[in-house]
Write a protein that binds this ligand. Structure first.
Ligand code: NAD
Length: 481
């Protein structure tokens, strides 16, 4: 069986402790490869390699850094099919989704930041004729990048690309649940001629590798995407060390549907925003609020279409939903369905594990689930489930639905469906979230700020926000007279 390797100082190497973790294929529920169970010794090796590389990489002309990043982007595109299949096997997502979304986006992340550094400029502030200030932006040093399992290569590269584009070196840790495409990326970085030590990938558990990166005194910056609880733990360790922190955390996003929306457009997109990637996207709209006058119409139409969504082998082009990422996660999601019932909810469809045939019989499949009849403030409607489960709740007024929408500890994204321009702008201004999509979902321009408020995170990724996060600004003031 294949053994994944760490990528340290330009080489693919075994973990020092020679220990490995089982890597499961969730579509069949079986181990198919092994992941290094690295520890603080491997993190130390990676950090030393990154520190050494930093002295050269940080002064490498941006045109040269750009050229190498573009090469990595090209290689991802060239290997799209191989990477998409690997992502699907590792994560359980439909290969069609990985082919259309995950892998192209990973290529775009490198392409975007390869070109962004060529167009970035720092500020200058003139004090009339008495003095002039200008801002120098220098790379921070060694950046620690830690990412989750739901969009493995997509989110891993979303951090690494701006970090190395702006002249930092990186010690990165992909999720131990989905390490494969990060491993394949390390091979592509070698092929692209990325100088050794610029990017180091250490595989393993969060409490070992992730915690060592977070606590390492020579890693002054942490970019993290994952759960809110883990984010709080990282902040607890990193804050007293005065590390720069970017935390992209959980969500419990509202999808607000007014009666005046374009019904067909809304319902098609809502199927997607509810169940894409088996509902395992931090931006999915898991709480659907529907204006009372169209509640019954929406419910009938939505449930009938959800029932037709095929749950199946992720490699099958017909499958709309593949497997959820792990047995443990499947059990967690199904436990929330039980909780919803205890809280007085009615399951309109789904709510159960789907047993497929033959080699897929041990896979982790859940039928897309729609629940109604719950209070907006019950646990099912307040806690992140992160699976193919949505709730339906009617509302009467804008004030009421705003209160529902803003009632959770999270504030990542909101989705709004209305043809009323004034209402759209007013609601967008009053929703407590970092992102508001109006009459669309997951439409992304990589230049825009991306992130959440409240328990959904601190800081923003995307565009120049990310480039600037990975640099330290210094003001230089020159007196003229
Ligand atoms: P997680 O927090 O369990 O793990 C994320 C990463 O952190 C993994 O690599 C893990 O190994 C590592 N980790 C775990 N404990 C650690 C520790 N003590 N110190 C350092 N690192 C540690 O999250 P997950 O289950 O992999 O991902 C799902 C979560 O991610 C959901 O809450 C989802 O909403 C969130 N998410 C957020 C965004 C966003 O952009 N806001 C995007 C995707 C996913």
């Amino acid at each position: 069986m294949q053994k994944i390797k760490n990528y340290i100082n330009g080489e693919l190497i075994e973990p020092i402790g020679k220990e490995y973790i089982d890597n499961y294929n969730p579509s069949i529920g079986k181990v198919y490869s092994f992941i290094p169970d690295s520890d603080e010794r491997d993190v130390e090796l990676a950090t030393q390699a990154a520190l050494k590389a930093f002295s050269t990489w940080s002064i490498t002309p941006k045109e040269e850094r750009s050229r190498i990043l573009l090469k990595i982007s090209e290689l991802i595109e060239k290997n799209l099919e191989r990477l998409a299949i690997a992502e699907s096997i590792d994560n359980g997502k439909p290969v069609s989704l990985a082919r259309m979304v995950d892998i192209p986006r990973a290529a775009s992340n490198f392409h975007f930041y390869a070109t962004a550094i060529l167009h970035d400029a720092s500020e200058s502030h003139s004090m009339e004729d008495s003095a002039i200030n200008y801002t120098l932006r220098t790379p921070v040093g060694v950046a620690g990048c830690i990412s989750p399992w739901n969009l493995p290569l997509y989110l891993f590269t979303w951090k690494i690309a701006p970090a190395i584009a702006s002249g930092n070196c990186v010690v990165a840790k992909p999720s131990e649940i989905t390490p494969m495409t990060a491993y394949l990326l390390s091979e592509l970085c070698i092929e692209a001629g990325l100088p050794k030590g610029v990017l180091n990938i250490v595989h393993g558990y969060g409490h070992k590798v992730g915690a060592s990166i977070t606590a390492h005194p020579k890693i002054p910056l942490i970019s993290f995407t994952g759960g809110t609880k883990t984010g709080a733990e990282i902040a607890r360790v990193a804050a007293p060390m005065f590390k720069k922190l970017s935390l992209e955390l959980g969500g419990k996003n509202p999808n607000i549907i007014f009666a005046d929306c374009d019904f067909e457009k809304m319902i098609k997109t809502t199927l997607n925003s509810s169940f894409a990637n088996q509902g395992q996207i931090c931006l999915c709209g898991s709480r659907i609020f529907i204006e009372r006058s169209i509640y019954e119409k929406f419910k009938t139409e939505f449930v009938s279409r959800v029932k037709k969504m095929k749950v199946g082998n992720p490699a099958d082009a017909e499958s709309k939903l593949g497997a959820v990422v792990s047995k443990q996660h499947m059990e967690k999601v199904l436990s929330y369905v039980e909780l919803a019932k205890q809280e007085g909810g009615t399951v309109l469809c789904g709510g159960v594990q789907v047993k497929l045939e033959k080699e897929f019989s041990e896979g982790y499949y859940i039928a897309p689930t729609v629940i109604e009849g719950l209070d907006y403030n019950c646990r099912t409607n307040q806690e992140e489930i992160f699976g193919p489960v949505v709730t339906l709740t009617p509302f009467d007024t804008e004030e009421e639905v705003l209160m529902y929408a803003n009632s959770t500890q999270y504030g990542l994204a909101s989705i709004l469906w209305t043809e009323n321009l004034t209402r759209a702008h007013c609601m967008a201004g009053n929703l407590h979230s970092g992102i508001v999509w109006i009459n669309c979902w997951l439409l992304r321009d990589l230049r825009t700020p991306f992130g959440g408020v409240k328990g959904s995170g601190v800081g923003r990724e995307g565009g120049f926000e990310a480039l600037h996060f990975f640099t330290e600004p210094k003001n230089v003031c020159i007196k003229l007279k």
